[in-house]
Design a protein around this ligand. Structure first.
Ligand code: UDX
Length: 415
């Protein structure tokens, strides 16, 4: 099929590359010249496992201008929806993409489907996107179709997740819109959930917020376990066999970061409040996640005086296999350590360049040198941290790195 994608960021580029791999004719529209040029050179502007190889194996077209989408059967909106200070998602880029598409719709007389893929608050496609598209003089349902198809890609596993989805969620304006989009995924053997537009928008937020809740839940159990001298990971093992609970997302520790879980949680809280509902559980999930990042300092203070000490951080990325530091626990930990008068040394296999921009005063060094600090905090569970020699050290482990247990003084955050 002929497909256009507005926005060559994380979701747009992965979607474009995978759809091209499936044999579709894909055009990426990206107003940032640097990003558009990167696509033309088959390069990703961020690290994602398998993406560079995939880009090298497909033909992807990129353009800064929207006009070339005029012969696309499907037009995806994959632009960013950052949060403002109140946690609300800013929909400017979504509205701008809809305006650009509307200009093109005005010139067309054939049927196409506009698909919102950006994560947006429930109601956005109906209340913001469709009215802008209809400025073209053409009517949703009659002249063009509209779908909302959220993505559930994990960073670091995005290509795999796209090709092997656990389910497809298709929010549709009408059956014809949904059928046209489903044609693109006809070879996928996965459950399909069809719904109206705002339900699909809510499914995406509810999924991420559920995962966030599960993590804060196990962290709360973990904080209690720590006081009772119980190993939370053994407790989780006992929970996992209950299908109603499931074994994933029960790794207690420093809590969640990244580009999605914290932002989607903030956005759902903001939406609920806007509609006059106080989301108590979600607010508590957020509060607990904030305080969880600082647990290592509490534990460290039992063993050393922070003021004047050198504390080493192993890991800066929000999770392993990525260079992404958005909402990484390392940010809150570093800020708090510096605030306490400690000096900070750090090592991460991929995220140092990004972290340097936020904290130039940190000494970036090797893992071996980080171990020479007065105490070490494990922030990200990079597999290579299981091969270090922790003997004789003081280690606060935020991510359950088994090898670290041999340390002279070892404290797990929730175990
Ligand atoms: C998440 C969702 O998993 C994905 O479906 C969605 O599309 C985007 O958001 P991602 O942000 O890439 O993906 O990372 P994920 O693997 O979900 O981890 C998020 C955070 O939770 C990380 O900081 C991770 O360290 C933390 N986490 C995860 C835990 O603290 N404990 C766990 O058991 C699992």
């Amino acid at each position: 099929m002929k497909v256009s994608i507005i926005g060559a960021g994380y979701v747009g580029l992965v979607t474009g590359a995978c759809l091209a791999r499936m044999g579709n004719d894909v055009l990426l529209v990206e107003s940032d010249c640097g990003r558009a040029e990167a696509v033309r050179c088959s390069k990703a502007s961020f690290y994602e496992e398998g993406l560079d190889e995939l880009l090298a194996s497909v033909e992807l077209e990129a353009d800064e201008d929207c006009r070339r989408i005029r012969d696309s059967q499907l037009i995806f909106i994959c632009v960013g929806t950052p949060c403002n200070h109140d946690g609300e998602m800013v929909l400017e880029q979504v509205a701008a993409a809809a305006r650009d598409i509307s200009e093109v719709l005005r010139q067309r007389d054939d049927y196409c489907v506009v698909v919102v893929k950006s994560t947006v608050p429930p109601g956005t496609t109906e209340e913001t996107v469709i009215p802008v598209l209809e400025h073209s003089g053409r009517k949703a349902g009659r002249d063009f179709g509209v779908c909302m198809a959220p993505e559930f890609l994990r960073e670091g596993k995005a290509v795999y997740d796209f090709m092997n989805p656990m389910r497809l969620v298709i929010g549709e304006y009408d059956t014809r819109s949904g059928n046209t989009l489903l044609e693109l995924f006809r070879d996928f053997k996965t459950p399909v959930v069809r719904s109206n537009l705002r339900t699909a928008e809510m499914i995406k937020l509810a999924a991420n917020v559920f995962l966030a809740t599960k993590i804060s839940y196990i962290n709360e159990i973990g904080n209690i376990c720590k006081k009772l001298n119980i190993d939370t990971y053994e407790v989780a093992r006992g929970l996992a066999y209950d299908d109603r609970i499931g074994g994933q997302f029960l790794n207690a520790g420093l809590g969640f970061g990244g580009s999605c879980l914290p932002k989607d949680l903030r956005a759902l809280i903001a939406s609920a409040r806007q509609y006059g509902y106080q989301p108590h559980i979600l607010e508590e999930v957020q509060r607990l996640n904030k305080s969880q990042a600082l647990k290592p300092l509490e534990l460290l203070a039992r063993h050393i005086r922070l003021n004047g000490a050198t504390v080493g951080l192993l890991g800066l990325a929000f999770k392993p296999e990525t260079d992404d530091i958005r909402d990484s626990r390392a940010i809150a930990i570093t800020a708090a350590l510096l605030n306490e008068g400690a000096a900070v040394k750090a090592y991460d296999p991929m995220a140092v360049e990004n972290f340097k921009k936020l904290f130039p005063q940190v000494a970036y060094t090797t893992a071996g040198d980080v171990l020479e600090s007065d105490a070490v905090i494990i922030v990200t569970e990079w597999p290579e941290f299981n091969n270090l020699d922790y003997g004789g050290r003081i280690v606060i482990d935020g991510r359950r790195v088994e090898k670290a247990r041999v340390a002279r003084i070892y404290e797990g955050v929730c175990w």
